[in-house]
Write a protein that binds this ligand. Structure first.
Ligand SMILES: Nc1nc2c(ncn2[C@@H]2O[C@H](COP(=O)(O)OP(=O)(O)OP(=O)(O)O)[C@@H](O)[C@H]2O)c(=O)[nH]1
Ligand SMILES: [Mg+2]
Length: 366
């Protein structure tokens, strides 16, 4: 996860921080500036440190240093004599203008969009950065730090899952919803395994009575994990299956009921009405949207629609192990305002990771 986004962000930060005076002050305002930059690049090419060059300036490089000195002296004079606030700053401490910010952000915007960050989320990052960067002296700008803090504000750390369950009445009902193949049934099995490991008792409701073999798939997980599965026939009312599972849990003093539901596209009115009915009948304590990390903007749109329909409690993103880009987590969390509870990181029962925003930001290398 984050392989591509991480390397692209690092590339962008390094590029813009290495030569802030070149990138942030791209438009040469003074004569001779172009010459200065060209000479600087040449000096870099021979991979000599600035200090070494200053000690022994060759004839060829003398003009670069004399120009540089002149620039600094002229800036110094302006800083003391000029009344315009913009010119009170030295060569290296001019405040970043809105125009320069737009120039700088353009490239970052493309990187983010290409890595599955939703447009809305890119805009949020832009406005955060704008607020913190515009007017700041360019030499004081730490892009990595600013970007990190902009991303940090988009994410929410989830509440303690086990604590929430333990502090609530029995049975604790969790409904899983999402589009076809997003990983609902597999994730239910992983969550059941996790709860069992934490000494909680679980039963599963096979409320996907629609897809062929969906009930058998859940039963197989139930058998593997020694967890009861409550089922009806294919075509039965899924809300009734959920209701029966809750009755079973009350009777058998089971702590948690996990309800599996059929995959449904968020734009299918009938199926969205059906999930609303399941929600009304089973009154889940938690309504979880299961999205795929790899689907990017689609997952964001789906999460939004499911949230509008049943009011989500949180999100689980599956297939983070095969996600190269990593922007989905940022977008889904930001757009819905709901916490990501877990990340699915593989196909085995143990492959479920509690979401942690600090860990995610660390993975981004910021
Ligand atoms: N690599 C990887 N594969 C996963 C993960 N979670 C689920 N899968 C795979 O995704 C596929 C679909 O998973 P299911 O659990 O059947 O998805 P579903 O949402 O229940 O599908 P429907 O019931 O058809 O809507 C299966 O092949 C799973 O093994 C994960 O975190 N990582
Ligand atoms: Mg399923």
């Amino acid at each position: 996860m984050f392989g591509k986004l991480k390397s692209k962000l690092k590339e962008w930060v390094t590029k813009n921080e290495e030569k802030p005076e070149e990138t942030l002050e791209k438009t040469p305002k003074k004569t001779g500036k172009k010459k200065v930059d060209k000479k600087k690049t040449e000096a870099k090419k021979v991979t000599k440190k600035k200090e070494e060059i200053i000690e022994e300036p060759t004839q060829e490089k003398k003009s670069f240093f004399s120009n540089f000195k002149k620039e600094k002296e002229s800036d110094k004079r302006q800083a003391t004599s000029d009344k315009l606030p913009e010119k009170k700053h030295s060569f290296f401490s001019k405040p970043l203008t809105e125009e320069k910010f737009e120039e700088l952000f353009q490239e970052l915007q493309i990187i983010l969009l290409q890595n599955n960050v939703a447009y809305e989320t890119v805009e949020a990052i832009e406005s955060q950065l704008k607020e913190s960067l515009i007017g700041k002296p360019t030499k004081e700008i730490n892009l990595s730090k600013e970007l990190k803090s902009a991303i940090e504000t988009l994410l929410i750390n989830p509440p303690n899952f086990l604590e929430q369950i333990k502090s609530s009445g029995k049975p604790f009902v969790i409904l899983f919803a999402g589009i076809n193949g997003s990983g609902k049934t597999t994730t239910i099995a992983k969550v059941a395994h996790y709860l069992k490991k934490n000494k909680l008792t679980v039963c599963l409701a096979a409320a996907d009575t629609f897809r062929a073999a969906a009930i058998q798939q859940l039963e197989e997980h139930g058998n593997n994990l020694s967890i009861p599965v409550i089922k009806k026939d294919y075509g039965a009312d899924p809300a009734a299956v959920g209701f029966d599972a809750i009755k079973y849990a009350i009777k058998n003093k089971i702590d948690i009921v996990l309800i599996d539901t059929a995959g449904r596209m968020q734009n299918s009115d009938t199926l969205m009405k059906e999930i609303e009915k399941i929600t009304r009948v089973t009154k889940p304590n938690m309504k979880i949207f299961l999205g795929e990390s790899i689907t990017g903007n689609d997952a964001t749109l789906q999460a939004k629609a499911f949230n509008d329909s049943i009011g989500l409690t949180g999100i689980i993103l599956s297939k983070a192990d095969v996600d190269e880009k990593g922007g989905t987590a940022l977008s889904v969390a930001h757009v819905t305002g709901k916490p990501i509870l877990f990340l699915g990181t593989g196909q085995e029962y143990k492959d479920l990771e509690i979401f942690n925003k600090e860990k995610l930001i660390k993975k981004l290398g910021l």
